[in-house]
Design a protein around this ligand. Structure first.
Ligand SMILES: [Fe+2]
Ligand SMILES: [Fe+2]
Length: 143
């Protein structure tokens, strides 16, 4: 069972944005499952931490990709969208620091398990209008 379902996220009119979101949902669910297994002694800390590293890298790439597209196509609300990303990254960074400082993986898994709430809201309210704008611009450039 998943923590977040792809159906909770609106479909993007830019295919690569959609794929990125689908991958992120997979990683989030994998971490949730691994955290449960880890608590039961059925997964190692190493396995869990590797998935967390993968998630952190994925989030950075996800945001950087969208920001690059917005800049390329002069998206008018770039600053608003970028600020939303930056605020999330700050919170993520804070959770990572706590995790490393106290050597408690729960500090980061608890944060990640709450991330779907943010991701669903962000995708459905911020990424949707962005993707619609980009898709139009990309279409008009191609023709
Ligand atoms: Fe996104
Ligand atoms: Fe975004």
């Amino acid at each position: 069972m998943g923590l977040v379902y792809i159906e909770q996220l609106e479909e993007m009119s830019v295919e690569k944005m959609q794929q990125t979101h689908e991958n992120e949902v997979k990683i989030l669910n994998a971490i949730d499952n691994l955290a449960i297994s880890y608590d039961r002694g059925e997964a190692t800390l190493d396995e869990l931490e590797q998935k967390i590293d993968e998630y952190v890298e994925h989030v950075h790439k996800h945001f950087a990709y969208e920001e690059g597209l917005m800049q390329e196509y002069n998206f008018p609300s770039y600053d608003m969208h970028k600020t939303a990303h930056d605020m999330f990254l700050e919170e993520l960074q804070h959770a990572i620091k706590q995790w490393k400082r106290y050597e408690k993986v729960e500090k980061i898994t608890n944060f990640i398990r709450r991330a779907p709430e943010w991701i669903v809201l962000h995708v459905n309210t911020v990424d949707v209008p962005t993707a619609n704008y980009l898709a139009k611009k990309m279409g008009s450039v191609a023709t």
